[in-house]
Design a protein around this ligand. Structure first.
Ligand SMILES: Nc1nc2c(ncn2[C@@H]2O[C@H](COP(=O)(O)OP(=O)(O)OP(=O)(O)O)[C@@H](O)[C@H]2O)c(=O)[nH]1
Ligand SMILES: [Mg+2]
Length: 227
């Protein structure tokens, strides 16, 4: 039987506290038994800690990229070889354990893009109140401006059919890449948002709360004007 390849893709910046656990959560045996093989790709934005060596030790291919959440994903998308791509932070927050369920949903419902709604099953303490409020506001604005009905516009776990990537135009270099990719996906290809878990972060946050929040808000209005 020919196995279908899934790429697990993670951007990382100084994530030595979480990278091994994040990779370790990928259910390799489970996926193999279901007919899938796995490529693990970490896109490093210039970590100064042990992220790169720990990622390699855990079985990942590590590629170097200029720093930036969006930039790193853009690099990763070019390198990924899987028929499907599953993404997530390198901090143990997203449930890679549940990847097979999402892949099955994508295949059975003939979807191209799935985004995981973290608010459905969020562990206590996984997101500070200010971040929750910021997320809600950004999601509301995204929905109004682009006529969508998302519940979590900032989620970083996506399951993507790789062939549709060329249809999605998301040039954002920073954190606004996440909302931009969803706007593109939900307006251009068959997409759905599915409930998921979200866990307490391992290691220090890299998010610059107010700056990234404001940049994302501005990005929404700019994107609307050029859409
Ligand atoms: N924020 C940020 N993250 C980056 C950057 N480059 C790579 N990353 C990685 O992108 C992922 C997202 O960053 P996080 O700090 O987890 O941001 P977040 O998920 O919004 O916030 P947390 O609740 O702290 O997890 C992590 O795996 C980072 O290591 C960057 O320039 N800025
Ligand atoms: Mg995170």
């Amino acid at each position: 039987m020919k196995l279908k390849l899934i790429t697990f893709l993670m951007p990382a910046l100084n994530e030595q506290a979480g990278i091994a656990a994040t990779i370790g959560a990928i259910p390799l045996t489970h996926l193999f038994q279901a007919g899938y093989s796995v490529e693990i790709l970490v896109v490093d934005g210039g970590s100064r800690d042990a992220t790169v060596s720990l990622a390699r030790k855990a079985g990942a291919r590590v590629i170097a990229s200029p720093r930036g959440y969006g930039t790193q994903y853009q690099c990763g998308f070019k390198e990924a070889r899987g028929e499907f791509i599953v993404t997530g932070d390198s901090d143990g927050t997203y449930p890679f354990e549940d990847a097979l369920r999402y892949i099955h949903a994508l295949e059975q419902q003939k979807l191209d893009f799935v985004s995981v709604n973290r608010f459905a099953h969020m562990e206590q303490g996984a997101m500070p109140l200010v971040n929750k409020m910021g997320n809600r506001l950004l999601t509301l604005c995204t929905n109004v401006l682009f006529q969508l009905s998302l519940r979590d516009s900032q989620s970083g776990m996506w399951i993507i059919r790789r062939t549709v990537l060329s249809q999605l135009r998301a040039p954002s270099c920073g954190m606004s890449f996440s909302q931009e990719l969803k706007i593109e996906a939900f307006t251009k290809v068959r997409s759905a948002e599915l409930p998921g878990r979200y866990k307490v972060r391992l290691g220090e946050t890299k998010l610059i709360k107010w700056k990234d929040g404001c940049t994302n808000m501005l990005h929404l209005f700019r994107k609307r004007l050029s859409f």
